[in-house]
Write a protein of this length. Structure first.
Length: 675
């Protein structure tokens, strides 16, 4: 079974040899090297880490690359680094050093140094009763053995599962409970499949899926995981066919003119994947990847050749909840590296480990160091975003300072304290009084283009800074060509300019009809007079401003005018355990909904709605604070939550909670019961 979103490339690791024969210092310079070990990193665990890395990179790695796995900021002394790695690996027969290339590798990977046309592959496809590895979940195994590009013998069997086959799986695969009733169980099938697989490279389309199920059953039945090298045709397609937007198995088969007969059955899908592999091997040979170890090594690298290590087991990710929440990534010593939020924890975390070669350098570096992931399920994306912001602020994870997890939100700022205000696109809200802030908007280019069009139409200035108007001042090019009314040299009075600025504010508040109507008229008049360039310019401005004029119903784009109650459903006990210490993220029961009270754009109160008294308390809070929040200046500590709430209101799904407008200090408790 394949999907388009996940792929995997791993060779496993099976070495637990302790350091040296008796912990002795084997290599010259080892006494100096030992003094560099961190207290929490023992030589035995270091060797295991290097073994796992080299197992995934059969072409080998140089000492500096291996040293970087063990130390952050390992330094730039290549001789010392070489002595450190040699001191760890030199006396262990599981490792070998090639003096000609300067690379370390595993001794057993020497069998992978064969030409591609002599390499053994087993292309496999599983059909399963669900999306997560569980005992007896495999319902069919289909596979083909290959030698180079030649497809040889097949392997196919139905498997009797330990549970009934869900109806949607039966519809997708045409495998019914009746068909598998007399089939052998996985306990009988897996030894035969292991013999068929032998030492060959396991290949699959979206190999992470198939590997996770087989590895789970190998561990359960044999006591050791699936150690064969793994190659993923989905991942190969991403590298070899970057222009294709969709790379599902049947779409790739159609792209190359292959038969799609037997789709969603083990042997049919395995045949398609085998034929794709044959094509991809030919392309790889033309690229100079004509040896098996080099092919495996090439597809274990990320963007621009960066190697990506994955230390989190697929079954751990598969067990994560598909619900909103926050995830905390930690290194081997459980030090916090990164905090992120997700609308689906499982899907978001899986995206880091799916073998995507398009990961940026910093994200690839992060993934290389992640060994443990803690998830904190929440009731909604809003709650997850608020908790994420709080954890980042309090814990200061190092990679959050280096990475940006989402496209930035942009706001339109108009400083009403300025007699000649301009329209600005900014990323941060300000706490200054007298500043109108609207948004959020996503995409800097679109918002700046729209503001230029609106400013040009109304004659508003675009230059930065506060003006000191003078008749002797020479206006900029915008003023000279009529795109700006020229307040800098008193070409326009303060009252006239203020009127145009008010029209801009009215447009941004949602009353866009007059301005859009003027643009339509100007465009049509220019076209009628055959001034087609002018008509085209008006049309582009019309399109930009029409997009800007789109607004969310019932919600003001002015951030500080958002007055509402956001109602969410109950929360899990696990989520409640992680929201202590913040009055605005109070723990709530699993059954009761929770209300977020937003006054003047600010998160004023979070309250569990578990009784009529709670409803009355919320109504009373609104009555007592509605006018106070309108008068009270925004403080800097409120800006982060204001931004998160404004963005959530813009992006939320219709099923993501309910928004109840607050139109004044009178708020009826019964309104909360309509949730």
């Amino acid at each position: 079974m394949d999907t388009e979103d996940n792929s995997f490339d791993s060779s496993g690791a099976d070495n637990n040899t302790e350091f040296g024969a008796n912990g002795s210092d084997a290599a010259p310079g080892w006494q100096q090297a030992r003094s560099l070990w961190p207290a929490r990193l023992l030589p035995g665990s270091a060797k295991e880490k290097l073994h796992a890395y080299l197992a995934a990179h059969p072409a080998g790695a140089d000492p500096r690359e291996l040293l970087a796995l063990l130390f952050s900021g390992a330094g730039s002394d290549p001789e010392l680094g070489s002595r450190i790695i040699s001191g760890i690996l030199a006396d262990d027969p599981n490792f070998m050093f090639d003096a000609a290339t300067g690379l370390w590798s595993l001794s057993r990977t020497s069998v992978l140094r064969v030409p591609l046309d002599q390499a053994d592959f087993v292309v496999v496809d599983l059909e399963t009763s669900g999306g997560r590895p569980t005992p007896g979940a495999i319902i069919e195994i289909g596979a083909y053995r290959m030698r180079g590009r030649q497809i040889l013998e097949p392997f196919q069997t139905l498997v009797k599962p330990l549970m009934r086959i869900p109806r949607f799986v039966a519809r997708l695969t045409s495998i019914s409970d009746e068909m598998v009733a007399a089939a052998p169980p996985i306990e009988e099938v897996l030894p035969r499949f292991r013999a068929f697989l032998g030492d060959a490279v396991m290949v699959a389309h979206n190999a992470q899926f198939d590997h996770a199920f087989l590895d789970f059953e190998f561990r359960r039945l044999f006591g050791i995981g699936l150690l064969n090298p793994v190659l993923c045709t989905l991942r190969m397609a991403r590298r070899l066919l970057p222009s294709l937007r969709r790379r599902r198995l049947e779409l790739l088969a159609e792209h190359f003119g292959l038969s799609t007969a037997g789709r969603h059955r083990g042997l049919g899908d395995a045949r398609m994947a085998a034929e794709l592999l044959s094509i991809f091997l030919e392309i790889a040979s033309q690229m100079g990847l004509n040896r098996l170890d080099r092919l495996l090594d090439h597809y274990s690298r990320g963007v621009a050749g960066r190697r990506i290590e994955r230390h989190v087991a697929p079954e751990v990710i598969a067990a994560m909840p598909q619900r909103p929440g926050v995830y905390l990534m930690r290194n081997q010593n459980h030090d916090l590296l990164y905090v992120g939020k997700a609308t689906s924890l499982r899907d978001r975390v899986r995206s880091y480990f799916n073998g995507d070669t398009r990961l940026s350098g910093k994200i690839a570096e992060l993934v290389n160091h992640v060994w443990h992931i803690e998830t904190r399920p929440m009731r909604s994306a809003l709650e997850a975003a608020l908790l994420e912001a709080r954890l980042i602020r309090e814990l200061k994870p190092p990679y959050n300072r280096m990475l940006k997890s989402a496209a930035p939100a942009w706001f339109i700022r108009i400083d009403l304290n300025d007699p000649f205000p301009r329209l600005q696109a900014v990323q941060r809200l300000t706490a200054r009084a007298g500043v109108l802030q609207l948004g959020p908007f996503i995409g800097r280019r679109n918002i700046e283009h729209s503001l230029r069009a609106l400013s040009r139409m109304l004659g508003l200035r675009t230059c930065a800074g506060r003006l000191e108007p003078s008749e002797d001042f020479s206006p900029c090019i915008s003023g000279q060509i009529g795109h700006c009314a020229g307040p800098c040299n008193l070409s326009v009075s303060e009252d006239a300019y203020s009127h145009q600025a008010s029209r801009a504010i009215s447009f941004l508040r949602g009353r866009s009809g007059p301005i859009l109507g003027e643009l339509v008229q100007a465009r049509d008049q220019a076209a009628a007079a055959m001034r087609f360039e002018e008509a085209a310019r008006h049309h582009r401005s019309l399109e930009a401003l029409a997009t800007l004029a789109e607004r969310t119903t019932r919600l003001s784009r002015v951030v500080t005018e958002n007055n509402l109650v956001i109602m969410m459903g109950g929360q899990s006990a696990e989520a409640r355990a992680h929201t202590d210490g913040d009055e605005r993220l109070k723990p709530v029961s699993a059954e009761s909904p929770i209300a977020y009270i937003v006054l003047s754009g600010r998160l004023a109160l979070t309250r569990e709605v578990d009784s009529p008294q709670a409803e009355f308390d919320i109504a009373q809070f609104v009555a007592q604070n509605y006018e106070l929040y309108k008068l009270r200046p925004v403080v800097r500590g409120e800006l982060e939550a204001m931004t998160i709430i404004a963005r959530w209101l813009k992006e939320r799904a219709s099923t993501d909670g309910r928004v109840i407008p607050i139109t004044g200090p009178v708020f009826e408790p019964a309104w909360l019961r309509t949730y």
